[in-house]
Design a protein around this ligand. Structure first.
Ligand SMILES: Cc1cc2nc3c(=O)[nH]c(=O)nc-3n(C[C@H](O)[C@H](O)[C@H](O)COP(=O)(O)OP(=O)(O)OC[C@H]3O[C@@H](n4cnc5c(N)ncnc54)[C@H](O)[C@@H]3O)c2cc1C
Length: 502
């Protein structure tokens, strides 16, 4: 142990290794700060590594290259329409930072992005129908060498303990984490420590001076950035805070995000907000009791516990999740032979035979028979499907207007969004309320500084990503907001450390 009881000294200590944490660590390390990334599990990347890595950072050089006419002004109009002005200071900080952050990241030879069409989630002024989010380019694993094994594999392989596919480049969230890891490593200033969970903060003379992690006391001379995910995997905290869904159904890596960093900060005087919120989504129940993020419906209809539809099934997933939270389950996606398997995208992919064998999917030759097998009144389910099929015939969903928004048609490949369900056998797939992480946590100012109960920043303490209360409140404006905002506020936090804690 070194002087004053520290095991090691850094300028910046970052807890977590998702996109926000890694962007913050790169900002610190590339500006000459000795930086530690502390990751609880044996693998880097958390839910960010599982993600599609869409990044919603508007008005940057990436959209300019793509010629899609995005601007900070348009994004401001959009965010304002959705969020009002309650979080205006955070919104303005986010908008001002996005172009600067992306320029900084893309200056690094390891990092390159590309715009991809993916519509913003709400019909509101300032929306871009083809979207404004972008993704990292795929990363050949050889570029990372042995470090590639440290990045969390895609969710299907990870849940099965199968590691990365040797034949494929790292894609999506893995490419993002891999590229950030490559860049951090190249600075020579970044130490990445896996299996080193942050357990507490060390406060000295009224400021956060370091952390306890993995049995070590690590000094953080400039500051500690908490970007260690939310508490989606803690059943106890979810029920205490009233987050609908379930710890077994969250998409976060099993057991990883249990709110440890939030709890440590609260012990140091931090205040919290938005604790009943998550980035919600429908999930397909899987044989192991976990869920598969299910989006992009191109057929079928979803019924509630009474056997009736309750929403436009093609809604962006967070909005559909919120409709589920307000309705009465159990929920089932009803589809037929016409869709040749699940008429939607699921992450991880589902194996129909296994789904049927486990009972998560039920099949029958007629709708009344199907209804009986899932405990619904046969006449109600048959009536719901008949009405839905009538809408398919007319080309108009008179109940929920499915197919009228550009987002509804984004996944249908030019086909109508409402397609008749009338070719037996029929399938009922159990749908549960899943999430991509909680989005409530530590209250921060626009520089990512963690606030106490009297709105005063706690010196030396910062938070970003799902460890912090999102400036978007209960709204999920567009694809890539979780990761884009995590990266932007982590970047701002480190800039503040550099300015104010020399
Ligand atoms: C299939 C899928 C697709 C998605 N697609 C997108 C998308 O395209 N765009 C988008 O913006 N969002 C997407 N999301 C959502 C997004 O991935 C998450 O909300 C976001 O990545 C969370 O980032 P985070 O840094 O807060 O947490 P995480 O990425 O989960 O990282 C938290 C890390 O902290 C670690 N940790 C936890 N506790 C401790 C501790 N005590 N000490 C040290 N480390 C700790 C965890 O092990 C984990 O590695 C998707 C999610 C899923 C599942």
């Amino acid at each position: 142990m070194g002087k004053a009881g520290w095991d090691d000294e850094y300028d910046a200590v970052v807890a977590g290794s998702g996109a926000g944490a890694m962007a913050g660590a790169l900002t610190a390390a590339s500006n000459g700060l000795r930086t530690a990334v502390l990751e609880k599990t044996a693998l880097l990347g958390g839910t960010s590594a599982y993600s599609g890595s869409a990044i919603w950072l508007p008005g940057t050089q990436v959209q300019e290259r793509a010629g899609i006419g995005d601007s900070s002004e348009g994004a401001r109009t959009y965010l304002r329409a959705l969020l009002g002005d309650g979080s205006a200071a955070h919104r303005e900080a986010f908008l001002a930072t996005a172009p600067e952050l992306v320029e900084f990241l893309e200056k690094d030879p390891a990092i390159e992005f590309e715009w991809r069409p993916f519509p913003d989630y709400f019909a509101a002024p300032g929306r871009l129908d083809l979207g404004r989010s972008f993704v990292p380019l795929d990363l050949p694993a050889e570029r990372l060498g042995e470090l590639a094994g440290l990045v969390r594999p895609p969710v299907d392989r990870d849940r099965a303990g199968r590691g990365h596919s040797a034949s494929k480049p790292m894609m999506q969230g893995r490419a993002l984490i891999g590229r950030l890891l490559l860049a951090i490593t190249a600075t020579g200033n970044g130490a990445v420590r896996t299996e080193t969970p942050l357990t507490d903060l060390i406060v000295e003379d009224g400021r956060v001076a370091g952390v306890e992690a993995g049995g070590l006391r690590l000094r953080a001379k400039r500051g500690v950035l908490l970007a260690a995910g939310g508490f989606e995997s803690s059943a106890a905290l979810r029920s205490e805070r009233g987050v609908p869904g379930g710890a077994a159904w969250t998409m976060a890596p099993a057991g990883a995000n249990t709110g440890d960093a939030i709890a440590a900060a609260v012990r140091a005087g931090a205040s919290t907000g938005l604790l009943d919120q998550a980035w919600f989504c429908p999930g397909s129940l899987m044989p192991d009791g976990r869920a598969a993020f299910t989006l992009g419906f191109r057929g079928g209809l979803i019924v509630d516990g009474s056997g009736r539809r309750f929403a436009n099934e093609s809604l962006p997933y967070d909005q559909m999740g919120r409709r589920m939270a307000a309705a009465e389950g159990p929920f089932h996606l009803i589809f037929d032979a016409r869709s040749r398997g699940l008429p939607a995208i699921s992450v991880p992919p589902l194996m129909p035979d296994e789904q049927l064998a486990s009972g998560a999917w039920v099949e029958a030759a007629t709708l009344p028979e199907l209804a009986a097998r899932i405990g619904l009144p046969g006449d109600v389910l048959a009536g719901t499907v008949a009405r839905f099929n009538g809408f398919a015939g007319k080309g108009t969903d008179e109940d929920f207007h499915r197919g009228e928004d550009p987002y509804d048609l984004y996944f249908t490949g030019g086909e109508p969004a409402v397609v008749a369900v009338d070719e037996p056998p029929y399938v009922a797939a159990k749908i549960v309320l899943s999430d991509l992480g909680t989005k409530g946590g530590l209250r921060t100012d626009p520089d990512g500084r963690v606030l106490d109960g009297a709105d005063r920043p706690i010196a030396g303490l910062y938070a970003a990503g799902n460890t912090s209360a999102s400036f978007t409140g209960p709204v999920y404006p567009g694809p890539g907001i979780p990761i884009g905002s995590a990266m932007a506020f982590a970047y701002r936090a480190v800039q503040d450390m550099r300015r104010n804690h020399p």
